[in-house]
Design a protein around this ligand. Structure first.
Ligand SMILES: *Cc1c(COP(=O)(O)O)cnc(C)c1O
Length: 219
């Protein structure tokens, strides 16, 4: 069933949009089913859970940390994490930089933006992001690579609102690209869209969707 779900979802997304299979709360055998169907990119939102699954599963899996990350937990994922989606402070960037250096790596990160009208979600405003990227302390972080932006839309059925929120993230991406990353080809990722809204996100320029329940069933 998971293989069928994956095939169905892949048939609805363009080949240049990356599918992150969000496997949070799902057990290892369930992830193996997706792996055996060819999926190699998985997203988790809890550090301990991701470390446990990394240990048990094949090493050619790319692990994406998609949830809020506490600075004191960066060290556990720094040896292997492929992409950290939800970076929203200098303090966190500096810690990722420090742990990346210890592991002799450069770690890819996305800046998380607050695009929803809900107050519970994390993320930067556009002004905060511009301020952050202008800081010397940021420029000195040589072991991180900012490869794009990430956002979560409001939990709503209102399609116009979803279009507006995803479009605003796409706009942020373009302005940051021209101001801070013009000659940096790595800055190209717009991570937006989940099970309920990924099609709208793709229409608004998403390059990476994070889909969980449509692949693995309800949590
Ligand atoms: C859980 C989660 C998803 C996937 O949500 P689904 O609705 O199950 O597709 C995507 N992004 C983030 C940040 C999540 O926490």
């Amino acid at each position: 069933m998971i293989a069928e779900n994956l095939a169905r979802i892949k048939s609805t997304i363009p080949s240049d949009v990356t599918l992150v299979a969000v496997s949070k709360t799902k057990p290892v055998p369930t992830i193996e089913e997706a792996y055996n169907a060819g999926q190699r990119i998985f997203g988790e939102n809890k550090v301990q859970e991701m470390v446990d699954k990394y240990t048990e599963l094949p090493k050619d899996i790319e692990w994406h940390l998609i949830g809020h990350l506490q600075t004191n937990k960066v060290k556990y994922i720094a040896p292997f994490v492929k992409l950290i989606h939800a970076v929203d402070s200098l303090k966190l960037l500096q810690e990722i930089n420090k742990q990346a250096k210890k592991n002799n790596r450069i770690i890819d990160c996305l800046l998380q933006f607050h695009i929803a009208d809900e107050i519970t979600k994390f993320g930067l405003s556009f002004e905060e992001a511009q301020d952050l990227l202008s800081l010397d302390e940021f420029v000195q972080c040589e072991n991180i690579s900012i490869v794009g932006v990430m956002g979560m839309a409001t939990f709503t059925d209102n399609k116009d609102q979803l279009h507006d929120e995803f479009r605003s993230l796409h706009n942020y991406f373009h302005i940051l690209k021209s101001h801070f990353f013009k000659f940096n080809d790595a800055f190209k990722c717009i991570s937006m869209g989940m099970s309920n809204d990924y099609q709208i996100a793709i229409e608004e320029g998403s390059t990476m969707v994070r889909v969980g329940s449509s692949i693995f069933g309800e949590r």
